[in-house]
Design a binder for this molecule. Structure first.
Ligand SMILES: Nc1ncnc2c1ncn2[C@@H]1O[C@H](COP(=O)(O)OP(=O)(O)O)[C@@H](O)[C@H]1O
Ligand SMILES: [Mg+2]
Length: 419
C-alpha cells in the first residue's frame, strides 16, 4: 500500500496517518474545522487505506449531500489520488470499486436513500460534508454499520452550535470511546499559496468567518450585511464596465409587503456583480395590469440605458402573474423565467463574499431601496437550528429577494467552491 500514494502530507494530515497506522481510528471519525484545511484530501487517503485493509466481501458506502457534490468533492479526487486502476465508479449505477471492494454511492438529500439503506449491512461508510445531511439519514447509516470493526469517516464544516451533529455526537460525552473528532484549521493546510489563503480570509465575514475560517460552531446575530453597513459608500460604482449578463429580479409582494425590482450586471468571466437599479412598488390596491406596466417601464429604462436585458427572473410562487408578465414583456424581447430560489443562506453568503472580496458595486443613486435593505437586514435571534434572516416586515426582504433572484443562477461561477 505504501507505494500507492506519492503525495506529500501536511503536518496535521500526518497526525491522522499515524493514528490510522497505530489502529487508533474509532467507530465514528469526524474531521471538522475551517474550509480548505485539507480535511477532504486526507479523509480520502484514510478511507482508501482503511477500505483496502478490510474484508473484500463487505459492502461499503460513500455519501455526500447529493450525488453531484459527492462526485465533485470526493469521487474525482479519490480517482486522482489512488489511480483509475484502484478506483472506478459509475454515477448512473451509483456504484464504484475501490481496491476490489464494492462501494455504494448515495446522496443523503435524496428522500429515497434513507429507505434504501434501511435493509443493508455495511462494512464502512464515508460522508462528505456531514453537517449538510438530514439527521435521520445519518442515524440510519450508523445503525447499518453492523459488522465487526465497521467504521465511518466523515468531514464537516461547522454550523450553528445547536446543530444535531454537534449536540448529539461531537459534544456527547457518552460517545467518547466511539467517536474521534479531529480539528483542522485553514492554516494547517501548508500546501495552499499564501495569497489564496489571504483572499479566503478576507472574503468570509461575520458568522461565515467564525465558521469557515476559525472553524467555530457559531451563531449568526446582528446585522446580516455588516460588511456593507460598515462603509456603504465604499461600494459605489464610479465607472461601469461591460457586462456579460444583464438580468432583472422581481419579487411579488403579498399581504403587507411590496413588489420589488432589481437590475444587475455581471461582468465577463463572472468576476464582478453590479446592482444597477432597484425599485419598490406598493402592493396594496394594485391590479396585475398596473404592476405589469411598472415592470415594463423599469425594463424599458434599463434597455434604454444598457442596451439589452438577458433575462428576468420572477418569484416562482406566482405562476399566474408570471404568465401575464411574459405576454406583457414580449414586445421588449425579454425572456421571463422562474427564480431559481436557492437557499437564502447560500445567497447571503455569496453576496457578503462578493462584498468583502471587493467584487460587488452598486449605482448608489439608483439603488436607494437596496442600500436601505442591506442596512436593515438582521439575523433572527429567536431561531434555534438554522440561522435565518429576519423576515417580519421590519426590514425590506422583498428588495433583497429581487436582487438575489437577479444573480443567483450565477453563484457557482461568481464564487469558488460553491455548488
Ligand atoms: N497533502 C496535500 N497535497 C496537495 N494538496 C493538498 C493536500 N491537502 C490538501 N490539498 C489541497 O488543498 C485544497 C483544500 O483541501 P481540502 O481537503 O479540499 O480541504 P477541506 O476539505 O478542509 O475544505 C484542495 O485543493 C486540495 O487539493
Ligand atoms: Mg472538504
Amino acid at each position: 500500500m505504501g507505494g500507492v500514494f506519492t503525495v506529500e502530507f501536511t503536518a496535521k494530515q500526518r497526525e491522522l496517518i499515524r493514528l490510522f497506522k497505530r489502529g487508533e481510528l474509532r467507530r465514528i471519525n469526524i474531521l471538522q474545522g475551517s474550509v480548505s484545511a485539507g480535511k477532504t484530501w486526507i479523509s480520502l487517503v484514510l478511507w482508501a487505506l482503511w477500505v483496502a485493509s478490510r474484508p473484500p466481501e463487505y459492502l461499503y458506502m460513500m455519501c455526500g449531500k447529493s450525488l453531484r457534490t459527492l462526485d465533485r468533492n470526493c469521487l474525482l479526487p479519490l480517482m486522482v489520488l489512488v489511480g483509475e486502476r484502484n478506483f472506478t465508479f459509475s454515477l448512473a449505477a451509483k456504484e464504484g470499486r475501490l481496491f476490489g471492494r464494492r462501494i455504494v454511492l448515495e446522496g443523503a438529500n435524496d428522500l429515497r436513500s434513507e429507505a434504501k439503506i434501511r435493509g443493508v449491512t455495511l462494512g464502512g461508510a464515508y460522508c462528505d460534508e456531514l453537517s449538510l445531511f438530514p439527521r435521520d439519514f445519518f442515524v440510519m447509516l450508523l445503525s447499518r454499520l453492523r459488522v465487526e470493526g465497521a467504521r465511518l469517516i466523515a468531514t464537516t464544516n461547522p454550523d450553528v452550535p445547536t446543530h444535531w451533529l454537534k449536540t448529539e455526537y461531537l459534544d456527547n460525552d457518552a460517545l467518547c470511546d466511539t467517536l474521534l473528532s479531529v480539528f483542522f484549521h485553514i492554516d494547517d493546510n501548508t500546501m495552499l499559496p499564501a495569497d489564496y489563503v489571504e483572499s479566503l480570509k478576507r472574503e468570509y465575514t461575520g458568522v461565515y468567518y467564525d465558521r469557515f475560517i476559525r472553524g467555530d460552531w457559531a451563531v449568526a446575530n446582528g446585522a446580516v450585511y455588516k460588511v456593507f453597513s460598515d462603509s456603504p459608500s465604499a461600494y459605489n460604482a464610479d465607472k461601469l464596465p461591460a457586462f456579460k449578463y444583464l438580468n432583472i429580479g422581481l419579487d411579488f409582494g403579498g399581504n403587507g409587503s411590496q413588489h420589488a425590482l432589481a437590475a444587475c450586471g455581471i461582468t465577463h468571466g463572472c468576476e464582478r456583480l453590479y446592482a444597477l437599479k432597484t425599485e419598490r412598488i406598493p402592493a396594496a390596491d394594485m391590479t396585475p395590469q398596473v404592476l405589469y406596466k411598472r415592470v415594463y417601464d423599469f425594463c424599458e429604462d434599463i434597455l434604454k440605458r444598457y442596451g439589452r436585458i438577458s433575462e428576468l427572473y420572477a418569484d416562482s410562487a406566482e405562476q399566474t402573474l408570471i404568465a401575464g408578465l411574459r405576454q406583457e414583456l414580449r414586445p421588449l424581447g425579454i425572456a421571463v423565467k422562474n427564480s431559481l430560489k436557492r437557499e437564502i443562506n447560500d445567497r447571503i453568503r455569496a453576496t457578503t463574499m462578493l462584498m468583502a472580496g471587493g467584487r460587488f458595486r452598486l449605482v448608489s443613486a439608483e439603488c436607494r431601496s437596496l442600500i436601505d435593505a442591506f442596512r436593515g437586514a438582521v439575523w433572527n435571534d429567536k431561531i434555534i437550528g438554522k440561522e435565518e434572516r429576519l423576515d417580519d416586515g421590519t426590514s425590506d426582504i422583498d428588495t433583497l429577494d429581487a436582487f438575489e433572484y437577479s444573480f443567483e443562477r450565477y453563484i457557482p461561477q461568481l464564487i469558488r467552491n460553491e455548488n
